[in-house]
Design a protein around this ligand. Structure first.
Ligand SMILES: [Zn+2]
Length: 1021
């Protein structure tokens, strides 16, 4: 059976599209949210102007008798760590995603000729070929390229790839091929033949010459790289001046900027049509449209490789992880349609009797259409009479293009009652807002800000279809050492409070009137939100509980028999006497010891138990943290993590500095479309199976991923292993089925299908890999590893695996060449630079200023990031602002994340999805300073500034526009920090220049590449 899909015309489904009315941020009070929200999600039809109007004045009321005033333990002052003041508080290494780049000179050999050039082998088939045209690339069946075939892909020659003359390494003979300057080796590799740059004279780290000043050009020894002489990049004992030991030209090693730019140029103009099995999609940094013609869009599923080895032996040899990063509810750009909803009535979706796979385009109809053979398990099933249809002369059902489930990669089924908990259709979900009203929360202005915001935000809860109003009900709890529940029933004139002080045995004191419809109870809710800040204005209570708060929210949902989400706003380590009470166990001395892993583990098992109960109830927990000091994020984030929730952290929160960021995140989070009470199963065709899962979810068995909630930002990464032999003809199939309850309370199944190729030649595997996805998987694997293993072990494992992957390529796929040459597969030429960014990230190699909470926070964030997010997080995007003409409004081409790319006459923006810096060179023209900052000289610019003045000139508008656009591309608001060259804040900024050696001892890109080369040579020898 061949599962290739021919490319049919887009089927004219007559059914209405499901429309998520939800996340249209741009219509919401001018928040800097995503402007990419699909229009098909519709606006929050709510009256936008009304949203911005001041809320009606609240009704004041006498403060209730809440907790007792005496101060318990005073909290320490804020700002104990250098990062604390930077809000997101969480400075990490991060990579850049959508980067544009200038062409760099091609792969010149690095350096002195002692170090061999990096050779990257161009992919024979994909990604860097000419821009695909739909006719060329998408029409026909996939072509399995045999190994050792010269690349047929004409490739634009990067400038500077000409060989330069100097005494070079022994050059492989140049092919007098049709492609000038692109010397094909046997299997299409290029580059190694180029000589070193003439301006790098002295030998690279020959032991003797190590660290010496570059000498005049010397004749090259025959062996060009002596890896044994290269120090481990983990070491940082070298004095700074020895940086100069690198005779490697940074322009000669693979550049992320170049790769991203090439992919944009080659693949950004044509839609990616999913009709052909095993196609590698464009990079996540390329803007492209997707046409679903039988396989799920890469926005839903990305794989580490689109051509997987037929046997487990081959897979073991290559060591390339076989994994899929799945984002089942991904939001789509406005131009792309949301999945169609298929309603099969009472009979429900058609499935294979044996393996329970859902009907999909790969199922094969036989016996004139009376039966179908399952593409996953080969079982022959009867076609129910109501589903019968005749086949055409090719064996295809004549109605194939009228049915989404027979022609598309992604679609939804309406679920029947059999798919519902207790065989009962679900009630609409509920949101419960649970607000810490202890001393710190009141003093920082958080409670007042939050209550004010909620008054209007509640009009924008997610809704579906053409619904007039959201079906979601809301409830409110405030707490410190005790909990206060509020009755906000519409018939009441004033809200009523009920205090529960027995936090050891949590119960919900009221059922009727706790969860209400926002519109019906608007007056009472507004009154409550007006009163809360007043009620607790004079509180002296500093202690808080935490687990009982979640318990209470979960019990409330249970009592209301619905799923839902808790929004917790919490400030401190919960030290009050209660279940889940925590102690301060932060200990930086554990770093680099075998006990370091305990810093990432929860300090009590109570939260796992609680999370399990939450999952059973479909109770998802989103946690907003406002810590002034250590709060044990590792423990507090357990429940959000296991329930598919999100964690946000605002260190040393102050309204004036942080409100924009907090409110943006809050608005986006509350308005997100969420699937509740979800279960995800990934089925595979015979030969492989899903064996491991990464993300924010809970698993009670080895196959079902349980998600109390799942939003459009969260991904689940799935690893596959062989359990049998695959074959090239059939390929391999994945089917991800997500059963969930929609925001309106409808039970649905979302199905994503993807067909991959299988190969018997390793070269085919290496030609169809996607490094960005590989890095996403490897980072998640490593970040989970630190829970159980010393961090050094985790780092070493990553390095070894990377070396094995590259050594296997070298041994089996690359043409014979000098051992001194580092040869990288074209699709993986960025693997070393990106992997190095992961290795020196704050989780795996923290600097002195990174807190334990920062590390735990980042660790859990990365766990559910998609590929675009990990890409920019680990390799930040660095954009020069003043290099291109000021009239040019397009995003400027990015430059590599290295200090040597910064000019002191320019201004740069750097972003990694969490942080945003504006770096100002010391010699920037006075006019530019005036235009952007409204001051007359560099020295008058305030360092650490987080808001640029709005000035009426082109440059100012352009930069503001660019900042808005960057923020709109990210799922979390990035607070701006202005950094002046040579200022003390610059250290913080330099942390993100990930190609350079880091202060925490992380290797520079060049060092790491040398180290990797050494590892590979050891494996090969
Ligand atoms: Zn089956």
């Amino acid at each position: 059976m061949n599962v290739n899909q021919s490319a049919p015309p887009v089927p004219p489904f007559g059914q209405p599209q499901p429309v998520y009315l939800g996340h249209h941020q741009s219509s919401y009070g001018g928040q800097p949210g995503s402007t990419t929200a699909p229009t098909s999600y519709g606006a929050y039809n709510g009256p936008v102007p009304g949203y911005q109007q001041p809320p009606p004045p609240g009704v004041s009321r006498a403060p209730p008798s809440s907790g007792a005033p005496p101060v318990s333990t005073a909290q320490g002052p804020c700002g104990q760590t250098a990062y604390g003041q930077f809000g997101q508080g969480d400075v990490q290494n991060g990579p850049s995603s959508t980067v544009q780049m200038q062409r760099l000179p091609g792969y010149q050999p690095f350096g002195s000729g002692i170090l061999a050039p990096v050779v990257s082998q161009p992919a024979v088939l994909q990604p860097y070929g000419p821009p695909p045209t739909s006719a060329q690339s998408f029409g026909g069946p996939p072509v399995s390229q045999p190994n050792h075939v010269p690349s047929p892909a004409p490739q634009a020659l990067p400038p500077g790839t000409q060989m330069t003359g100097p005494p070079g390494p022994p050059l492989p003979p140049m092919h007098s091929s049709q492609q000038p300057g692109y010397q094909l080796q046997q299997n299409g590799s290029f580059g190694p033949t180029r000589g070193p740059q003439s301006n790098y004279g002295s030998p690279y780290p020959g032991a003797a010459a190590f660290g010496s000043q570059p000498g005049p050009p010397q004749p090259l020894p025959p062996k060009r790289l002596d890896p044994d002489a290269i120090p481990s990049p983990q070491l940082n004992e070298l004095p700074p001046q020895q940086k100069t030991r690198h005779r490697i030209d940074p322009d000669a090693i693979p550049s992320p900027i170049q790769v991203i730019e090439d992919d944009r140029n080659n693949r950004g103009s044509e839609p990616f049509v999913t009709g052909v099995r095993g196609q590698v999609p464009p990079l996540v940094t390329t803007n492209f449209l997707v046409k679903d013609q039988g396989n799920a869009s890469p926005r839903y599923i990305r794989c580490t490789s689109y051509n997987i080895p037929c046997t487990s032996d081959m897979a073991k040899q290559a060591q390339v992880p076989l994994a899929a990063v799945i984002k089942p509810l991904a939001r789509l750009p406005p131009e792309e349609a949301s999945p169609y909803v298929v309603d099969h009535g009472e009979s429900g979706p058609l499935r294979c009797n044996r393996c329970k796979a859902y009907m999909c385009p790969f199922m094969q109809f036989v016996e004139g259409g009376r039966r179908f053979q399952c593409c996953f398990c080969s079982c022959i099933n009867d076609v129910p009479p109501q589903y019968f249809q005749h086949l055409d002369h090719t064996g295809k059902r004549v109605d194939a293009y009228d049915r989404p489930e027979l022609s598309l990669g992604s679609y939804e089924f309406l679920a029947t009652v059999d798919y519902c908990k207790n065989n009962k259709f679900p009630s609409p979900p509920a949101f419960i807002f649970m607000i810490d009203v202890s001393y710190n929360a009141i003093r920082s202005g958080l409670v007042r800000l939050l209550c004010e915001e909620l008054k209007s935000l509640l009009d924008f809860l997610p809704r579906e279809g053409g619904a007039e109003e959201s079906a979601i009900r809301v409830g409110f709890v405030t707490y410190n050492k005790v909990l206060h529940f509020y009755n906000v029933k519409s018939s009441l004139a004033q809200p009523q409070m009920m205090v529960v002080s027995d936090v050891g045995d949590m119960f919900v004191p009221l059922l009727d009137g706790f969860l209400v419809n926002v519109n019906e109870s608007q007056a009472v809710i507004t009154s409550l939100l007006d009163q809360i800040p007043e009620m607790f204005a004079d509180t002296r209570e500093t202690e808080t509980v935490f687990a009982p708060v979640i318990q209470a929210g979960m019990e409330a949902l249970k009592a209301a028999e619905c799923a839902g989400k808790l929004f917790l706003f919490h400030t401190s380590l919960p030290i009050a006497e209660a279940p889940g009470k925590l102690k301060n166990r932060d200990d930086r001395k554990l770093i680099n010891t075998d006990k370091e892993k305990t810093l990432f583990q929860p300090q009590t098992g109570a939260y796992q138990t609680l999370a399990k109960e939450c999952v059973a109830q479909g109770c998802c927990v989103d946690l907003f943290l406002f810590p002034n000091q250590y709060v044990d994020v590792a423990t507090l984030s357990v429940v959000p993590q296991l329930t598919g929730g999100s964690v946000y952290k605002y260190a040393c929160f102050q309204v004036e500095n942080d409100q924009e960021r907090f409110l943006s995140d809050l608005r986006r989070d509350v308005q997100k479309v969420v699937g509740f009470d979800a279960v995800m199963r990934v089925r595979t065709s015979t030969g492989i199976r899903a064996v491991d899962f990464f993300g924010a979810f809970y698993m009670n068995n080895t196959t079902d991923v349980e998600l109390a909630g799942l939003d459009g930002d969260k991904t689940v990464t799935v690893e596959f292993k062989h359990d049998d032999r695959l074959n090239e003809e059939n390929g391999a199939l994945l089917q991800c089925a997500l059963l969930y309850t929609s925001c309106a309370g409808q039970r649905r199944l979302r199905i994503h299908n993807l067909a991959l190729n299988c190969c018997t030649q390793l070269a085919d595997l290496y030609r169809n890999c996607e490094t960005d996805t590989l890095i996403n998987y490897m980072a998640k694997f490593a970040y989970r590893g630190v829970l159980n293993s010393p961090v050094k072990t985790v780092r070493d494992t990553l390095i070894t695996q990377c070396a094995q992957i590259l050594a296997c390529y070298r041994k089996n796929c690359a043409s014979p060449s000098s051992a001194g040459q580092l040869i990288l597969p074209e699709c993986m030429k960025l693997l070393p630079v990106y992997l190095n960014c992961v290795l020196k990230s704050d989780v795996l190699q923290p600097g002195a200023e990174v807190t334990t909470d920062d590390r735990a926070y980042v660790r859990q964030l990365v766990t559910s990031m998609d590929v675009a997010e990990t890409n920019v997080f680990f390799y930040p995007r660095l954009l020069p602002l003043t290099k291109s003409p000021i009239e040019n409004t397009t995003e400027p081409p990015a430059v590599r994340a290295s200090e040597e790319r910064l000019s002191n006459r320019d201004i740069y923006l750097l972003e990694n999805g969490l942080n945003l810096f504006l770096w100002v060179g010391a010699s920037v023209q006075q006019g530019v300073v005036q235009s952007l900052f409204g001051v007359s000289s560099f020295s008058q610019i305030t360092s650490g500034l987080s808001v640029l003045p709005v000035l009426d000139n082109l440059l100012s508008k352009k930069v503001q526009g660019l900042i808005d656009s960057l923020r709109a591309q990210r799922s979390r608001y990035m607070k701006l920090i202005v950094v002046k060259q040579e200022d003390k804040l610059e250290t913080l900024f330099k942390h993100f220049l990930v190609e350079d050696k880091s202060l925490s001892g992380g290797a520079s890109y060049v060092d790491f590449l040398c180290h990797m080369h050494k590892e590979i040579r050891q494996l090969l020898s």
